[in-house]
Design a protein around this ligand. Sequence first.
Ligand SMILES: Nc1ncnc2c1ncn2[C@@H]1O[C@H](COP(=O)(O)OP(=O)(O)OP(=O)(O)O)[C@@H](O)[C@H]1O
Ligand SMILES: [Mg+2]
Length: 255
Amino acid sequence: MVQNSYFFKVQNLSKSFGGLQAVKNVSFEVKKGSLTSLIGPNGAGKTTIFDLISGFIIPDKGKVFFKGHDLTGRKPHEIVSMGMARTFQHLGLFYRLSVWDNIFLALPGKKREQVLGVFLPQTTLRDEEKILRQRTKEILDFLGLTEKADEMVANLSWGDQKLVSIGRLLATDGEFLLMDEPASGLSDEQISHLKYLIKELISMGKTILLIDHNMEAIMDISDWIIVLNFGEIIAEGKPADIQAHEEVIRVYLGV
Ligand SMILES: Nc1ncnc2c1ncn2[C@@H]1O[C@H](COP(=O)(O)OP(=O)(O)OP(=O)(O)O)[C@@H](O)[C@H]1O
Ligand SMILES: [Mg+2]
């Protein structure tokens, strides 16, 4: 059916906080398998859009659609179970637990095991545990965190903590991943690694919606860029078109 051919879209999303309209009538689409970026100055409404999409806040107006489903008003955990997951600007990790535990506890099967544990035979539980441990190991290997598996997250560098947050995102096994400023505070070397990981995820079939302020990285890896200013979309297009867009240049250079 034609109306179900999209992967993800928002239509006329609006959200006010008191007298401040943080998001104004925002509509856009994300193509399956793409890396789409949401950029704009501080306070433009980017994180609020993530909060609206992932069910953390409810829009005043507008709708969120994912693979033919209307997600508007659904709870965050329902949205995650449908295959969409996000990271947070403030990371939100279990800082007193190990890297391993942070990933392991984010795996969806973990909850099922806790709930059904008393009813399932021991062999089934052992098999499930094995699969979950294998998956945790794969994620740590992918991120290059294997050697730090036993370290407490509070003792890691900011860059490694950001990798753990991506690990928790991957643990959900979501096909649509939302990342809020994954490059902020990273060194050039860490940003290269992050760009590599993001490209790998795209080649593995994931779809990514990214917020970041690092223009060099955004221009390098994005398929499509959406620019927000004061809650409104002022431009969208391919990186080269966005770089040459007059209003975008004005907003960024303040001229
Ligand atoms: N819960 C809230 N209550 C009141 N105001 C809020 C709330 N969340 C966001 N805002 C305001 O809405 C506007 C948009 O904020 P948002 O966090 O979405 O911006 P952003 O584009 O993510 O900025 P940054 O690049 O600094 O992360 C800002 O003016 C912010 O102060
Ligand atoms: Mg933000």
